[in-house]
Write a new protein. Structure first.
Length: 149
């Protein structure tokens, strides 16, 4: 009786670990997306109110939005370079560790190493260096902000 329970418990631990991992990731993605939407809404409302009250000229606000968008792209380029370096180091580490176990397993470390080199080269040379603002990406001011009949 106890032997069957032990086998069932041994099988259920990985099942619960996988289910728990995916539930955690689901809730993390949902809360992260909600936070980003809330930040974008507050940023837009703050900019709109500042322009309406005359604290900030409209062209300065659009310039600020363009700079923010540009900084996001620069952050993505840096993230691609960092991910490339991490994958490259992981590949070298796997090649060394698996090479100590068996000489035929050395090639398994080449895949993350090549992916790391590709990501690093993309982030260094081919990723967009500066983003041109799209017409639909920028908020448009209201047509008649003060005159209503």
């Amino acid at each position: 009786m106890l032997h069957g329970f032990t086998q069932m418990l041994t099988l259920m631990i990985p099942v619960f670990a996988v289910i728990g991992t995916f539930v955690f990731l689901t809730f993390w993605v949902i809360t992260h997306q909600r936070r980003r939407e809330r930040e974008a809404y507050y940023r837009y409302e703050l900019g709109r109110k500042a322009v309406e009250k005359g604290y900030v000229p409209e062209d300065k606000l659009l310039e600020l939005l363009n700079n923010e968008r540009r900084n996001q792209w620069l952050g993505r380029r840096e993230a691609a370079r960092l991910a490339g370096l991490i994958l490259f180091a992981l590949g070298i580490g796997l090649m060394i560790a698996l090479g100590n176990l068996d000489d035929h397993l050395v090639g398994l470390g080449a895949l993350p190493m090549c992916l790391g080199i590709a990501l690093f080269i993309y982030g260094l040379f081919f990723a967009p260096k500066d983003v041109k603002p799209d017409a639909e990406a920028l908020p448009t001011p209201p047509a008649n902000s003060g005159a209503s009949a």
